[in-house]
Design a binder for this molecule. Sequence first.
Ligand SMILES: Nc1ncnc2c1ncn2[C@@H]1O[C@H](COP(=O)(O)OP(=O)(O)OP(=O)(O)O)[C@@H](O)[C@H]1O
Ligand SMILES: [Mg+2]
Length: 340
Amino acid sequence: MASGSITAADVVQVAYLFSLLAWPVRAFGWILFSLPQVAIGWKRVKPILDDAADLPPRRREASLPEGPLELRARGVSFTYEDADAPALTGVDLEVPAGGSLAVVGATGSGKSTLAQVLVGLTPPTAGVVEVGGHDIGGVANREERVALATQDAFVFNESSEENVALGRSDLGRGEVDHALDVAHAATFVEALPHGRDEALGERGSRLSGGQRQRIALARVIAGKPGLVVLDDSTSAIDPAVEGDILTSLRSATEGSTTVIVAHRRSSILLADRVVYLENGRVAASGRHDELMAGHPGYAALLSAYEVEEAEGAAPDAADVNDGDGDDADASHAEAEGGRA
Ligand SMILES: Nc1ncnc2c1ncn2[C@@H]1O[C@H](COP(=O)(O)OP(=O)(O)OP(=O)(O)O)[C@@H](O)[C@H]1O
Ligand SMILES: [Mg+2]
């Protein structure tokens, strides 16, 4: 060694030591690589955990049965913190078990707020929401029996199968496959290089908006909820496919009660009845044809939507109040993520 020469045994020893070190060094690299993600994840999760800790404990004792559930809202009002005006005022509505209701209204009329309140995610400031005859705030198995799908479908960076099952270990592969089929998601999922095992990217970045919405609908279908609220959750899906999905959704979920926040005439027509909201109040309710004939505001909004679909922009309250619906506000549509 002193002469600077090295034996074969020394080389083997050094190489062996390096091989022992390689794995721990690589593992350390993984930890360093994951640290920023962990830090950001913790930053996002912590406020939610803190908020949950601040909530007063609620007694949730009622248990909702299998099958479709009756929905009833009585005198429901809601005001956001720091808001000047209430988002909902005295909303009354009723959907029989297995029935369907379309919620229609101009931008800002309170549709999404109502959707959140109906599924029990937001407790109303006044009034009560009853599902299957129980105050939704007191239902123990609400998460299993009531589902909400929104326009911005959240898709995790997991396989489509995991995205649909979402930790529900009781769901078999057959049920997940069936849900993907009903939501018209099976074809594009199978086309991915690793099919349904392929991870869908952070927030579903590997999918189009309409494909993300289909994954979210499959998630709802797989859960066989007794009440489904769809808040603009099919807005990026082509109308023909949308009609097909909604029809199969109702039969696939064994006729679950459906509330659909809708903009297209074709989706509104899928519902038995319509509730028309204006500034957070129920301005009219009934069948679509009754409202078209009896409520000028509703008829004006519907024709504004039709212009919107033709032009690819969303109307706002001003368009509807003018009654012409011709001057759809494209910048607003963009701010909302657009309704394709
Ligand atoms: N987090 C919030 N904080 C304060 N005000 C809010 C909040 N979310 C909504 N609002 C207000 O409540 C009202 C109803 O909003 P909501 O989102 O329910 O309307 P929407 O009918 O769903 O509209 P869109 O058709 O644009 O989705 C609006 O005036 C809105 O500005
Ligand atoms: Mg909304």
